[in-house]
Design a protein around this ligand. Structure first.
Ligand code: E4P
Ligand code: PEP
Length: 338
């Protein structure tokens, strides 16, 4: 456990903490930094939890660094990381737009969606060839034929590809086409899949499980990191709540929380969280304002014919506004669109 003292904490405040920990049978190690004092606690964490340390004078924060994730933890890596996908940065200082069709349906539809994405300022192309569907009767994706279409469209547009892999057995195949592998919300705790993508040597976008706590999300990332791959981008895509007015509830607070706990970049998916096109631009603005390192957005040339998630896809008429948001919002936060 670690206690971060506030900038105004006095010597007496620090000594009071050391004393209470001592009385509880633990050890407190005081380290005085330039602007803050940090107190590391060793001993019975459950016992410390009963002491109301957070309420003591001078305490700014109490953190459990017994957190089981280590490689993705910010404690072990104070600088926030940048992940590069085909040369495109995702990380602090930039806001990266990833856009494209939810599902790859035809070469023409994918190319048109990629052109829409590029017109809005996207530097990476999204598109699913393997679709994780609720219904076994729904369109499941074109599989390898879809990956070939994505590769052709990359050739034509120059946009590197982000695409989902849903099965550990397909990781090698998908990685042979993709610039970045996506692990979706439904597979966010498929540990065999996480280990497989961790071992393949390509950047990974890990969506938050729709029922996962932030700690569970970071533990999932740790599975990937533990296989030697630290090129991981976290994606908040909405969680299940009692609210039914939106498809999922976008947890904007997950961005600063995950960025505080982990050095990994954090992006937002306003399409799958809101589930409706009218919500995508407002949630994109919110994403940039809260400090997200990027957004991933569905676009479709003919959403009324889409085989997956048409209602949440942006259309031609939305692109000018998306481009404006991408141009004007990041500089307000000292960032640039990547
Ligand atoms: C899209 O990307 C997902 O596959 C989709 O959101 C799944 O949802 P559904 O199968 O319930 O439509
Ligand atoms: C997707 O982005 O294509 C997707 C399936 O998203 P999610 O896993 O967030 O539902």
């Amino acid at each position: 456990m670690v206690i971060v003292m506030g900038p105004d904490a006095t010597q007496e405040d620090v000594e009071a903490i050391v004393e209470i920990i001592d009385t509880a049978g633990g050890d407190a190690f005081v380290s005085r930094g330039v602007s803050r004092t940090i107190i590391g606690l060793v001993g019975d964490v459950a016992q410390f939890a009963t002491l109301n340390l957070r309420g003591m004078r001078g305490v700014a924060d109490v953190m459990r660094v017994t957190a089981p994730y280590k490689l993705v933890s910010r404690d072990n890596h104070p600088e926030r990381s940048t992940v590069r996908v085909g040369g495109v940065p995702i990380g602090p200082g930039t806001v990266t737009l990833i856009a494209g069709p939810c599902a790859v349906e035809t070469p023409q539809q994918t190319l048109e969606a990629a052109q829409m994405a590029r017109a809005a300022g996207a530097t990476l192309l999204r598109g699913g060839a393997y679709k994780p569907r609720t219904s076994p009767y729904a369109f499941q994706g074109l599989g390898e034929a879809g990956l070939r279409i994505l590769a052709d469209v990359r050739e034509q547009t120059g946009l590197p590809i982000v695409t989902e892999v849903v099965d550990a057995h397909d990781v090698e195949l998908v990685a042979s086409y993709a610039d970045m592998l996506q692990v979706g919300t439904r597979n966010a705790q498929n540990f065999a899949l996480l280990q497989a993508v961790g071992g393949i040597g390509k950047p990974v976008m890990l969506k938050r499980g729709m029922n996962a706590t932030i700690e569970e999300w970071l533990m999932a990332a740790e599975y990937i990191a533990q296989r030697g791959n630290l090129d991981i981008v976290l994606c908040e895509r909405g969680i299940r709540t009692f609210e039914t007015a939106t498809r999922n509830t976008l947890d904007v607070s997950a961005v600063p929380v995950a960025q505080r706990l982990s050095h990994l970049p954090v992006i937002i998916d306003p399409s799958h969280s809101g589930g409706h096109r009218d919500l995508v631009l407002p949630l994109t603005r919110a994403a940039i304002a809260v400090g997200a390192d990027g957004v991933i957005i569905d676009v479709h040339p003919h959403p009324e014919q889409a085989l997956c998630d048409g209602p949440q896809a942006l259309v031609d008429g939305d692109l000018d506004e998306l481009a404006r948001v991408m141009r004007e919002f990041p500089p307000l936060l000292g960032k640039i669109a990547a």
